[in-house]
Design a protein around this ligand. Structure first.
Ligand code: AQP
Length: 330
């Protein structure tokens, strides 16, 4: 069977962008592949974390993967920091990644503009660690949102560079991008992607938000002054984003949505979008609450899967060390 790899940073609370752009697709694909889903806590260190909140957020994300429908007994769901091979291969790949390649990354540019007081080396070399995450498991498929496309390209380039020198060590992974919802935008600034680290909490729907909060945030969403529900990302980014969210959640096409709200005001439209998202998240919230009650089940999965992930990751790492000529441990 082919291997699928994906993960999310453990920074903050997951958003419906993370859910629609990534998690939902994992659930659709997970039966067909051997899957590894990481809670990418080492990646989160590029931004200063409050240790108590960080630990809680990371655990919550683990639980949310399971609540969304991923079976932790069949899929390897684990914390990146529990498998030291990630950091080890990350270092090796740092040495195979060029500064020029990393300099072109738009995420680095965006994030360094946002955190001007902490532009650290980890933020810059992030794509090399991400390449290690994927390559350690000899992954074939990597489902990601459109924002991660550039990083996956670097991963493929670095893997090919390494393979050209040392033979076929790494499987070259393919990206899997959702047809709709690959880029859910901020509700406050619809030309920016919705992001879990956005300081404006009204811009973002978190997976933990309750029904009233969700509906309130959608009511406040920035649209435009023409009162026409029409898909046009260029001229109507706010409305188009809401249509996209509604489309993913209800399965309706953009034309169907435009017809449904023809002649109706934005008020009705926003309420319908809010209710559809709240309805989608209701069963998810129930499942999260159940899982949070049964602490031992999640603890056991975390432990078992750290061992399973380490087994596969170390196999690749040993091969890499050998190819590089590092001295074997006696
Ligand atoms: N707005 C989005 N629309 C669609 N997909 C998205 N993803 C993130 N935001 C959107 C996808 O979610 C997965 C996990 O992302 P990540 O946590 O590794 O990092 P990110 O892309 O940087 O996500 P965030 O939410 O913006 O996090 P912060 O604020 O911490 O940087 C990826 O597959 C991503 O494409």
């Amino acid at each position: 069977r082919k291997v699928l790899y994906s993960g999310m940073q453990a920074t903050g609370k997951l958003t419906i962008g993370n859910y629609i752009g990534a998690l939902k697709n994992w659930v659709n694909l997970h039966e067909e592949y051997d899957c590894f889903f990481g809670v990418m806590d080492l990646h989160s260190l590029t931004v200063r974390q409050n240790p108590t909140e960080f630990r809680q957020n990371a655990r919550r994300i683990y639980t949310q993967y399971v609540a969304a429908g991923l079976d932790p007994k069949k899929n390897c769901i684990y914390f990146q920091s529990h498998v030291p091979a990630h950091a080890e291969l990350g270092w090796v790949l740092d040495c195979f990644t060029y500064m020029g390649e990393l300099n072109r990354m738009t995420q680095f540019k965006d994030k360094s503009a946002k955190h001007a007081d902490n532009i650290n080396a980890g933020l810059f070399t992030y794509p090399a660690l991400m390449a290690a995450d994927i390559l350690l498991y000899q992954s074939d498929l990597v489902p990601i949102g459109a924002d991660q496309k550039q990083h996956l390209e670097i991963c493929r380039d670095v893997a090919e560079r390494f393979n050209n020198i040392y033979g076929d060590v790494f499987t070259i992974p393919e990206g899997y991008f959702p047809k709709t919802g690959a880029r859910i935008m901020s509700l406050a600034e619809p030309t920016k992607k919705m992001s879990k680290s956005d300081e404006n909490t009204n811009a973002t729907i978190y997976l933990v938000d309750d029904r009233d909060t969700i509906i309130r945030k959608f009511k406040k969403a920035v649209t435009d002054s023409d009162a026409e529900v029409r898909y046009d990302t260029e001229n109507k980014p706010g409305v188009s984003n809401l249509m996209e969210i509604y489309g993913v959640v209800t399965g309706k096409s953009m034309d169907e949505i435009a017809k449904e709200f023809d002649g109706k005001g934005y008020g009705d439209f926003k309420l319908a979008v809010g209710e559809s998202v709240a309805d989608m998240l209701d069963p998810f919230h129930q499942r999260c609450a159940e899982l949070e009650k049964d602490k031992t089940f999640i603890d056991e999965c975390i432990k078992e899967n750290a061992e399973k992930a380490s087994y596969f990751a170390n196999k690749t790492l040993r091969k890499v060390h050998k190819k590089l000529g590092l001295t074997e441990r006696i």
